[in-house]
Design a protein. Structure first.
Length: 215
């Protein structure tokens, strides 16, 4: 059943000693909504995702996830989300991919049932024991997205997820986005990449001058 997942009303946010990026921003996205956000560099797209994920706190206005303030979510409430930062290394916690897999198995064992290490290594193209310092930027980005197929029941917030990926991995990600509708959970993606065409989404929004408009 589709319900309001994100609701923003009158949102104001500014970084210290800078002009506001948003002042009165409004947005509503349903739990099964599939939204693509585009805009010029510096328009605030990544900041908007961080506000939605509760990483940043607005100075004024309302930013809600399922009716709860995004910056006050409990761990159980946050399990309905999966946020991926534009900086792919920021999404990883251990020293190797295996470390991250083990942490996810502790946090979401039921979701990762059947997630075999051999399958992940094939998708990564490297051993799960390879230190991140020895992986390319594209492989690190692939690591940060490696568990998406096993977490379709979370609402995804993805910031430039195709950055650094080769053509094959971009196509695989596009297929995951296309299949997301079947899960009943939506996603918001920030991307300029034509590898994620508008047709994969229900809505395409343009962020400019602190406001969102339908494309």
């Amino acid at each position: 059943m589709n319900h309001t997942m994100f609701e923003i009303r009158g949102l104001r946010f500014a970084y210290p000693e800078q002009e506001p990026l948003f002042d009165g921003l409004a947005l509503e996205v349903g739990s099964s909504g599939r939204v693509l956000i585009r805009g010029a560099n510096g328009a605030g797209k990544s900041t908007l995702l961080r506000l939605l994920a509760g990483i940043l706190t607005p100075q004024a206005g309302v930013c809600l996830i399922s009716g709860n303030p995004s910056h006050k979510l409990t761990p159980s409430q946050y399990r309905s989300l999966l946020y991926r930062d534009q900086n792919s290394r920021a999404n990883l916690f251990g020293l190797t991919p295996r470390h991250d897999l083990e942490l996810w198995q502790l946090a979401a064992a039921a979701s990762l049932d059947g997630c075999a290490p051999d399958t992940l290594e094939a998708g990564l193209g490297a051993s799960l024991d390879t230190p991140y310092t020895q992986l390319s930027s594209g492989q690190i980005q692939a690591c940060s997205l490696l568990l998406l197929p096993w977490l379709p029941d979370r609402f995804w917030l993805l910031d430039e997820p195709t950055a650094g990926l080769d053509a094959r991995r971009k196509q695989e990600l596009a297929q995951l986005v296309a299949q997301k509708r079947a899960s009943g959970c939506g996603l918001i993606v920030v991307s300029h990449d034509p590898a994620l065409p508008q047709e994969l989404f229900d809505r395409v929004l343009i962020l400019e001058h602190g406001t969102l408009r339908e494309a």
